[in-house]
Design a binder for this molecule. Sequence first.
Ligand code: NDP
Ligand code: GDP
Length: 325
Amino acid sequence: MARRALISGITGQDGAYLSAFLLEKGYEVFGIVRRSSASEAMTAKLKWLGVDQSVRLLDGNLTDLSSLIRIFREVRPDEIYNLAAQSFVQSSWNQPLLTAQVTGVGAANMLEATRLEAPGSRFYQASSSEMFGMAREPVQTEQTPFYPRSPYGVAKVFAHWSAVNYRESFGLHASSGILFNHESPLRGLEFVTRKVTDGVARIKLGRAGNLALGNLDARRDWGHARDYVRAMWLMLQQDRGDNYVVATGVTTSVRDLCRMAFETVGLEMEDHVTIDQRFARPAEVDVLLGNASKAKAVLGWQPTVGLRELVAEMVEADLKRVAAE
Ligand code: NDP
Ligand code: GDP
């Protein structure tokens, strides 16, 4: 019988790439989706990868434990990937309590549903490098202490420790992937990489004159989402659950990312980028840089896509999308 995977957050960037990856491996893929008035937009990312017809979507919400229990009883999953979250750092200051409920308590709800309904299954928690925040060490590993800088980061720390605690308390096969920023043509438009590649496409095609950004000095360790969902799956194939940092080991400033993106279409960022304080944050994460040695040694994982290639793929996809509008 095919193995059954249940994904929360299946309509997001990682949910779409993970679905494609698991289908390719012969899994039956189920997803939890929250009801929306724009139901046609809901499956856009799955459609982009051509897998919307191959997954089964079930109506539920991370904040409603009864909906999760009903879904778990119906699916009887072998592997559970908890990817759902209010995932945008900037919004977490505007909606701190919702972020705590979905990103934090929502993960605890998923763990409870697993403990009650599928204790023999394997659980993946989408932890984040944002937990390192004001990083206590220049290069972050699984041992680096957390210092979150946003309501999002705080909620992710709660979710992370909940996964560790369920592993230690109840013997759940729960793994926490501390993933550094990962991007793709399916990244939400509000995140800086996609905002830049979409902006570059609009400027190149004469649909916009400039691009307003916030802090250009922030540095991130950016990888490709396709590489990162493979790491999630690898974690669940191990004999026991554990924590793993997943990163490229290269950090780049927003300014250099921007320069790269403009260069791919023969433009100079200095001619088009303006600074708008609306995009500055109440507390910033200045620099993130991960060391994925453990993932490499234990999982045999390493990234295959560098930032220049990733940015070129994103700009090309956005040029096509904007041209078709
Ligand atoms: P997205 O924002 O693209 O996807 C988030 C998903 O969560 C969407 O499917 C969304 O549904 C769903 N969701 C939100 N609220 C609820 C809710 N109350 N109930 C059920 N589903 C809900 O995120 P990514 O794919 O980029 O990231 C996946 C996970 O990994 C997230 O937890 C994120 O925080 C984490 N992460 C991401 C990193 C990155 O760089 N991408 C880095 C580290 C961690 P809808 O489509 O309806 O909005
Ligand atoms: P995050 O690392 O999860 O917060 O991912 P983002 O892509 O949202 O932001 C990455 C970094 O880019 C942060 O340090 C932001 O302050 C910085 N940044 C600069 N300008 C912008 C902008 O216009 N939008 C966003 N989203 N981030 C910006």
